[in-house]
Design a protein around this ligand. Structure first.
Ligand code: GCB
Length: 598
């Protein structure tokens, strides 16, 4: 076994022990994968709500599920009423003007009608809720989940009753010093049940999880596992890929796990040929299917290699925000809009900054042929010295990998964005990199750094974390935050590592339709942004170890940090597109550059 993996395994065991030690109270369970293709009822729609700025309800939740007065003395001051609702999915901030920058508690309630079936199990599955959720069924607390961008589930088979049941959720999006992300970040802290909610039905023993991808470094060996959940754990299982004439069988062990290894020459997925195969996984008690692609990804010195060939990542960043309606994005149509724009720009790569975005984005990107960089919101100001924070970061990472490990489009897992180098931070981030490699060693691991050494015209990349990474991500804002202290054509980038570099962010602000000086940073003009892009491209073309680049960002996005009343008005204006999708001049510069790269 590769020595790097052995070391990673040792460190991983240590973290896992700490992780379990830190778990207290009722937590969400490991969730099932491939949720879109499970038997389910959508719980989307109108949910009753109570806006609770000072968290009064925390002591009263027991009475909340039956809010009808049962005698004359029963006071219903604290109650759900049917006319007070919020849409789910959807952030609460954009649904009412008074909640625009609200960061506290909202209670949600939905009554569901259930008819229990013998031999079936029921789960409440949340695609994501930001940030802390406490989930109740009737008068019982099911558990809690922390983290705003990954799924969680609770089994309710033995708790639900025939007929009406009330699901109640306390959602709190208050920033926390020890949270992930922590206190400061440059996007709106959209709170609420921001993604789909589902009532999922499974068989008594069901296929809970599987990993079906090409083995690292191989173009033709599929390796992975299938995991059952239930009481009949010893079973014969099969994996079929009809188009490739694969019908592989195996037997699960007493823990319900079967390893798989299949040799077959397959048509490989790539941006120019996003080939996906129909994959059917069956056990004696269950069956599930989805479309899966196969590709190999590796590095060779400073190059990124896809299916044996070097590839340049023509990227772009975007937030999970429907800018045109100033809210969190959550539909397939929202995803399509962003991805179409990225395609028109000429991209083959997307950095889904700064957190795992919804499955519509990831699955559609894969179908359209985009390679993806997925990241957890370990963003600046993280309390790396705090155990709870580290556990939480590790948990979010595990959840992101669990959900998306069968998406071949994901070529890079990123463990952080712009963290300040010091011993504690570096050792925590290295441990997160180890976790990635243990769970999934088929992909590249990176992180977005933003520190480099500057001597005259020489900019040197140096960070102790880099030895643990496959790819260096660098956010640099030369020409915007820092000015051009040296002419772009004279800048020499050096790296102490023989690894590929991706410029994971660069950008400057301009208000669409506003014109002015092209060399005055405070002009906020399209001309300034256009010239800035020309200069950046000139500089980037001179970096011999550059393997990809990602403008910040595709489209203007809302941010409470952006206060200029005329040009920003709570919008970060670094988009190549305005919030309504109009192209700024810089868009054409970037597109022309991408069109020259084959
Ligand atoms: C960054 C951050 C990103 C910000 C951006 C900016 O370095 O990673 O989240 O939005 O800069 O516009 O300043």
């Amino acid at each position: 076994m590769d020595m790097r993996l052995v070391k990673a395994l040792k460190r991983f065991c240590l973290i896992t022990m700490c992780f379990f030690a830190a778990i207290t109270g009722l937590k969400a369970q490991d969730f099932m994968v491939n949720i879109p293709n499970r038997s389910q009822i959508s719980l989307n729609g109108k949910w009753e709500c109570i806006i609770d700025p000072v968290d009064v309800g925390i002591k009263k939740w027991k009475s909340l599920y039956k809010d009808v007065p049962n005698n004359k003395d029963h006071r219903t001051e604290y109650a759900f009423i049917s006319s007070n609702t919020l849409n789910v999915p959807g952030d609460f901030n954009s649904q009412r003007p008074e909640l625009k920058f609200y960061e506290s508690t909202v209670w949600y309630k939905k009554v569901i009608n259930v008819k229990k079936k013998k031999g079936k199990r029921l789960f409440l599955y949340f695609d994501a809720v930001n940030y802390v959720s406490d989930v109740f069924l009737n008068s019982e607390k099911l558990g809690s989940h922390e983290g705003g961008f990954t799924p969680f589930q609770f089994e309710i088979t033995n708790k639900v009753k025939d007929g009406e049941n009330a699901i109640i959720i306390r959602v709190n999006n208050r920033r926390q010093k020890e949270g992930v992300p922590a206190l400061g970040y440059d996007w709106v802290n959209y709170g609420g049940i921001t993604r789909d909610v589902r009532l999922v039905e499974t068989n008594e023993t069901f296929i809970e999880d599987y990993f079906v991808q090409l083995k690292k470094g191989s173009g033709k060996r599929i390796e992975g596992y299938i995991q059952l959940n239930g009481s009949k754990l010893l079973q014969k299982i099969s994996i079929k890929i009809p188009e490739a004439k694969i019908n592989h069988t195996a037997t699960t062990d007493h823990k319900g796990n079967a390893k798989i290894s299949i040799d077959k020459k397959l048509e490989l997925w790539s941006p120019s040929n996003p080939k996906l195969y129909r994959v059917i996984i069956q056990s004696e008690t269950d069956s599930i299917e989805e479309h899966i692609g196969f590709r190999s990804i590796s590095t060779n010195g400073t190059e990124i290699i896809l299916n044996g060939q070097p590839i340049f990542l023509k990227g772009v960043n975007f937030h999970e925000e429907a800018s045109e309606r100033a809210s969190r994005a959550y539909t397939k149509e929202d995803a399509k809009k962003h991805l179409n724009m990225a395609q028109e720009l000429g991209c083959n790569f997307i950095r889904t900054a700064h957190y795992p975005q919804n499955e519509y984005v990831v699955r559609l990107a894969e179908e359209m042929g985009f390679m993806l960089w997925e990241e957890i919101p370990v963003f600046q100001g993280i309390s790396f010295g705090n155990k709870k924070t580290v556990t939480l970061a590790n948990k979010q990472l595990t959840e992101m990998l669990r959900r998306d490990k069968n998406r071949c489009a994901v070529i890079i897992w990123s463990v952080s964005n712009e963290t300040y180098p010091n011993h504690t931070r570096t050792s925590v981030l290295k441990s997160l990199v180890d976790s990635c490699r243990v769970i999934d060693n088929t992909r590249l691991v990176s992180t977005a750094l933003n520190k480099y050494e500057k001597k005259g015209n020489v900019f040197t990349i140096k960070d102790d974390l880099i030895e643990a990474l496959d790819v260096i991500g660098m956010n640099q804002y030369l020409g915007w935050y820092n000015g051009w202290t040296v002419s772009p054509e004279d800048i020499v980038w050096k790296s102490e590592y023989n690894k590929p570099l991706i410029i994971s962010e660069f950008g400057a602000e301009a208000l669409y339709g506003h014109h002015g000086s092209n060399d005055d940073t405070s002009s906020w003009s399209e001309e300034f942004q256009e010239t800035f892009y020309r200069k950046q491209i000139t500089m980037q073309k001179n970096i011999p170890f550059l393997s990809g680049t990602c403008p910040w960002t595709l489209i203007d996005f809302r941010s409470p940090l952006r206060l200029h009343p005329i040009y920003q008005d709570y919008w970060n204006r670094k988009g190549l597109l305005s919030e309504q999708g109009y192209r700024k001049k810089a868009w054409y510069v970037m597109k022309a550059y991408y069109d020259t790269i084959k």
